[in-house]
Design a binder for this molecule. Structure first.
Ligand SMILES: *[C@@H]1O[C@H](CO)[C@@H](O)[C@H](O)[C@H]1NC(C)=O
Length: 403
């Protein structure tokens, strides 16, 4: 009996030790987050082992969540949902049933998942798109771009751009009864990266006549050349998106070669001759004081840049929308930016806000003090967080007033 009890006690302590991770003081629902984080971490361990043993690529194992969460296109009493293709890229369309005669708004959405994971059918994205469509009387186009590791940059961007370009044709907007002066792009995380890149490229495309009214960037990734920003330092081991996973996502976007990931971990992947780009991500200039607290600026070193040289995509604005000069930012639409305090990507978003404002672009910046990365995708199911609900409500309310 004594031995069994002792065994039970030791097992409990080990489980608690495994589940426990420090969560910032102001984040609510700590235990739910810890549990999610522990499960996600376990999957990461399985993926690492499977990869080491040569069974599967790391991301193929991580992709199991997306597959498990996949939902079919199901219409309900408020929204007609169908899967189709725009310019040969799969999309899920959400067409609201209410107010049939009135012109609708249009939202082109790009899901997150580090360019490797996620999909239009994933429960959380399906829920968000359906809800947006209903609340805003908007046609929502949820884009299924190709993913790494099978496809690398620029495939993800090109698919996203092809969908935006297709939808922005006057004939197509007419077909869906969408008001061409009320269309936006939106995306979260890697999808925010794609939305920002698409919005920039559309500005210089002579074939596209319809202008975006708004770009919505929800905790986006905007640059891969400095991965040692204060937000990366402060949130290195934060649940949902630790630095190691973000670095992996960035490197997988460009290549399967893991030596890029290793160089990125050391922040030594950018060649000396490209150091002119650092001015765009110099957080010493672009971050407000309160986000710099306690950190001293050091510029990335070119120690292992021979690997970086092989991937010019690292400096390509279609992958890194922050790395353009001001002339390329002028003309961008009204911007709704969400950043989360406990997020490695926080400073990417904040620096883009500074740069957009300097270029004269109106920006509404919602900085969420009590959120970790990805909060908006935790709206349903066993892991739903009130902060995600609050962010979604604010986002819909703002769009309702501005789109
Ligand atoms: C970054 O900005 C600081 C302060 O303005 C400056 O001293 C430093 O030289 C800059 N570094 C780079 C790489 O642009």
């Amino acid at each position: 009996m004594g031995i069994k009890f002792l065994g039970f006690l030791i097992a409990s302590v080990l489980v608690a030790y495994y589940i426990y991770s420090p969560i910032p003081e102001n984040v609510e629902e700590k235990w739910t987050l810890m549990l999610f984080s522990a499960l996600f971490r376990s999957l990461g361990h399985v993926a690492t082992v499977a990869e080491k043993l040569g069974f599967a690529h790391y991301m193929d194992v991580m992709m199991k969540i997306t597959i498990l969460e996949d939902t079919p296109p199901l219409s309900d009493e408020k929204v007609i949902v169908t899967d189709t293709e725009f310019n040969h890229v799969p999309v899920r369309l959400y067409i609201p049933k209410g107010q049939t005669d009135s012109l609708k708004r249009g939202i082109i959405y790009f899901h997150g998942g580090g360019w490797c994971l996620g999909g239009k059918g994933m429960r959380s994205y399906d829920f968000l798109s359906r809800w947006t469509s209903e609340k805003l009387n908007a046609v929502v186009v949820s884009t299924d771009y190709r993913l790494a590791p099978k496809y690398h940059f620029p495939a993800q961007f090109e698919d996203s751009y092809a969908v935006a370009k297709y939808f922005l044709q006057s004939s197509v907007l007419d077909q869906y009864n969408v008001d061409s002066s009320r269309v936006c792009v939106a995306g979260d995380s890697a999808g925010g990266n794609l939305a920002a890149a698409v919005a920039q490229q559309l500005l210089h495309d002579p074939e596209v006549k319809v202008k975006l009214k708004i770009q919505v960037l929800l905790y986006p990734a905007l640059q891969p050349i400095d991965l040692d920003l204060p937000s990366y330092r402060d949130n290195e081991n934060m649940p949902v998106l630790p630095k190691s996973l973000m670095v992996r996502f960035w490197s997988e976007y460009f290549t399967k070669d893991t030596s890029l990931k290793e160089a990125m971990e050391l922040n030594q992947h950018v060649p000396e001759e490209s150091s002119g780009f650092f001015k765009f991500v110099n957080w010493s200039n672009w971050l407000p004081e309160r986000f710099k607290k306690g950190h001293i600026y050091t510029s990335p070193s070119p120690g292992r840049s021979s690997i970086g040289q092989k991937y010019p995509g690292l400096l390509d604005p279609r992958a890194a929308p922050l790395l353009v000069d001001e002339t390329k930012l002028r003309g961008l639409p009204l911007t709704y930016m969400v950043t989360c305090q406990h997020d490695v990507l926080r400073d990417d978003g904040i620096m883009y806000v500074s740069r957009l404002r300097e270029a004269g672009i109106p920006v509404v910046h919602e900085h969420v003090e009590d959120a970790v990365h990805g909060a908006l995708t935790f709206l349903t199911g066993p892991f739903s967080f009130s902060v995600g609900q609050r962010m979604a409500n604010n986002y819909i309310k703002w769009l309702n007033e501005n789109l």
